[in-house]
Design a protein around this ligand. Structure first.
Ligand code: NAD
Ligand code: KPL
Length: 303
């Protein structure tokens, strides 16, 4: 059974190339015939790993291809997920499974609502990749991916494909807890790095703000039924800040490159969840407002 990868960007290409080179059937689904022609012209996807480049001639089609899809890796940004899935929903076989690689929370539910009866499996990844050219991906940071199904804890058989592809992963019986925990980490770190225009490690100079956000995020997690994800959050936030001290957060990089951020699926989601749980979280809300104003000033979308 072939994997289809929709979203041949950083993470989608990282997955596709590793599956392909392990002999797992995989094909890319590209946006339109022009992108498909450009891809074919390039002769495949290039993976850059430890300074070595290797090109893989992975099969590809565009969104207009009518062939059925049984296993889909949705690897676009959270804000593109609904539109992307809508373009292929009619091709999904009745027993199709869809792996959702989006960071943050919110997009997973939006996609699942469009696919009643299909198994949707959210993932949370700490792997790092970026594109250094068209059809090229650089594997920038070893990491791990947790995959789960909030409705059915039975592991899927295709985890063996990930094993073959040497994609480090763990089946998670509590994937929502993992996603909430990652969202909390990202909300405690990423917006402040944008607002203070700094590397993660420089947040030690703004420890009051980090601490205030951590306290509110713990309250949010507990109020949202995610007490386990709240455990020792503050310590983990400081541990991540230290471990990634020299790095710029993904949101910082998006803003610096004038790219749309995933704010609606991180701080936006957190603030909406606080409201739903009738929680007053003034620091979180203030940082959200400051970030929105910052995006306005830089001419970037607020959602
Ligand atoms: P990316 O922008 O590099 O890739 C997304 C790709 O999806 C792009 O090539 C885009 O053209 C394509 N796409 C969007 N809509 C499409 C459509 N309708 N049809 C076809 N293609 C479409 O993004 P990324 O960095 O790979 O991130 C994907 C998700 O993974 C994000 O939620 C991100 O936060 C998360 N993530 C990324 C990394 C990383 O290191 N890159 C790490 C952890 C998590
Ligand atoms: O995931 C991250 C990001 O930059 O998006 C870390 C390094 C954890 C910072 O929040």
């Amino acid at each position: 059974m072939s994997w289809h990868v929709l979203g041949a960007g950083s993470l989608g290409s990282l997955w596709a190339t590793r599956l392909f080179r392990a002999g797992v059937p995989v094909q890319l689904v590209l946006r339109n015939p022009q992108r498909l022609a450009a891809y074919l012209q390039a002769g495949g996807l290039t993976l850059v790993e430890q300074g070595q480049s290797e090109r893989y001639a992975i099969a590809a089609s565009d969104l207009s291809d009518p062939a059925p899809i049984a296993r889909l890796l949705l690897a676009c940004k959270a804000y593109d997920a609904v539109e992307a899935i809508a373009a292929v929903a009619h091709r999904l076989a009745p027993e199709a499974e869809v792996i959702l690689l989006q960071n943050g929370l919110g997009s997973q539910d939006e996609v699942a609502q469009q696919l009643p009866g299909r198994r949707c499996l959210p993932a949370s990844s700490t792997e790092g990749a970026f594109r250094d050219g068209d059809w090229r991906v650089v594997f920038a940071g070893q990491g791990h991916t947790w995959i789960g199904d909030p409705i059915d804890v039975t592991p899927p058989t295709w985890l063996s494909d990930l094993q073959r592809g040497q994609i480090p992963h763990t089946w998670s019986p509590d994937i929502l807890g993992r996603l909430w925990r990652k969202l909390a980490l990202n909300c405690a770190i990423n917006p402040l790095t944008v607002l203070h225009s700094c590397r993660n490690g420089e947040l030690v100079r703004h420890s009051d703000e980090v601490e205030a956000l951590c306290a509110e995020l713990v309250a949010l997690l507990i109020g949202s039924g995610q007490a386990e994800a709240a455990r020792d959050l503050r310590h983990e936030v400081w541990r991540v800040i230290e471990a990634t001290a020299a790095n710029y957060s993904s949101m910082y990089q998006d803003v610096a490159s004038a790219r749309r951020t995933e704010i609606s699926y991180l701080l936006g989601y957190a603030c909406a969840a606080a409201e739903q749980a009738a929680l007053q979280l003034p620091h979180l809300q203030a940082v959200h407002q400051r970030l929105l104003a910052h995006l306005d000033r830089h001419g970037l979308p607020r959602h």
